[in-house]
Design a protein around this ligand. Structure first.
Ligand SMILES: [Fe+2]
Length: 337
């Protein structure tokens, strides 16, 4: 057994032994990941995987929804082995269409059952919380809203930023449609349109708060946490705010990955998924992105502890908020898209 093989066996003994049965002498096939997640962390994960397994991985970048629909169009001829998305919605869609393979049980065990598909078709890798980033020079913490529903009131006119194209924002909207009904969600969206200022990206919205251009922004925790890690929290002008009221403002969303049934490299893809969910892989992902690892053994340095987050109804996004289409239609209906 060569050194590299011995190292891989730590990653996934099952995947490796299967691989050896079929191709004892040949080099591993390269993998292609359709990547909708932030590229830096994905590339760091891929580099570490290559060191351990000798399996080369390349990515094709795009928005998670676009990549998932591309896979549907490509069908059996899709060059993708794995898809890695920012939200679980596209994975649920692919699973429902029967396009995903079952992930090895040993890999699934790395991640608690509530953050993965019940039939093992996809697995969560990272979680992210919706938050407000605010500038204490412009607004005090105790003046901030305790529900996103409040943002439709006139007192918040021109006080906040939001990113209508953000997958996590749209997930918040999907959740509101599910929990409060379409009419309430529509009125909320109209209120946001009236009172809020639209930014193109979460980072741009956060930068505007940092500059003092706007008092607060609806973003995901990791944009602020990454900046805090880089520059030191004390050197930032903005602060992070969790509503702490089990409101949709603190929605936690799950980012995950799946193996395509059409992939001809099932064993290598299983080995990658084993690594991505392992302590080593998960540590890389959270170190590089400040998102929450879903393998509970991993250290989250500086982030508000995952166990202290207060998502609505104590639940995560998974199946119950998966209707991304309804959110898009509503955004179009109120003229935001
Ligand atoms: Fe993001």
């Amino acid at each position: 057994m060569s050194n590299s093989v011995r190292t891989v066996s730590k990653v996934s003994a099952i995947a490796l032994s299967t691989m050896m049965l079929f191709s004892p002498l040949s080099a591993h096939a390269d993998l292609i990941i359709y990547n909708g997640q932030h590229k830096t962390a994905t590339i760091a994960l891929i580099d570490a995987f290559k060191e351990q397994s000798d399996i080369k991985v390349t990515t094709r970048e795009g928005s998670s929804n676009e990549l998932a629909h591309q896979i549907v169009e490509e069908g059996k001829r899709s060059p993708a082995d794995i898809i890695y998305t920012e939200e679980s919605t596209p994975l649920i869609m692919l699973a429902n269409k029967g396009l995903l393979s079952e992930i090895d049980a040993s890999t699934l065990e790395n991640i608690p059952a509530e953050y993965r598909d019940e039939h093992g078709q996809w697995v969560g890798l990272l979680a992210r919380s919706r938050v407000l980033a605010y500038n204490p020079e412009l607004i005090k913490e105790d003046e901030l809203p305790t529900s996103v529903q409040d943002l439709t009131e006139s007192e918040w006119k021109d006080k906040f930023a939001f990113v209508k194209t953000s997958g996590a924002f749209q997930k918040q909207l999907s959740a509101m449609i599910k929990l409060e009904g379409r009419e309430t969600a529509k009125a909320w969206l109209e209120g946001l349109k009236e009172n809020g200022k639209v930014y193109r990206h979460n980072k741009a919205a956060l930068d505007a708060v940092e500059r003092g251009e706007i008092p607060f922004a609806m973003i995901n925790n990791y944009y602020w946490d990454s900046m805090a890690r880089e520059k030191g929290a004390d050197n930032l002008n903005s602060r992070l705010y969790f509503m702490g009221t089990e409101d949709l403002g603190d929605l936690v969303t799950v980012s995950g990955a799946a193996i395509l049934k059409s992939s001809k490299n099932q064993d290598e893809a299983q080995a990658f998924m084993a690594f991505a969910t392992s302590e080593a892989g998960q540590q890389i992902l959270t170190d590089k992105s400040a998102q929450y690892p879903l393998n509970s053994k991993v250290d989250t340095k500086g982030l508000k502890p995952f166990s202290e987050l207060t998502p609505p109804n104590g639940t995560l996004d998974l199946g119950e908020y998966s209707d991304g289409k309804a959110a898009i239609e509503l955004l179009q209906e109120v003229g935001l898209l």
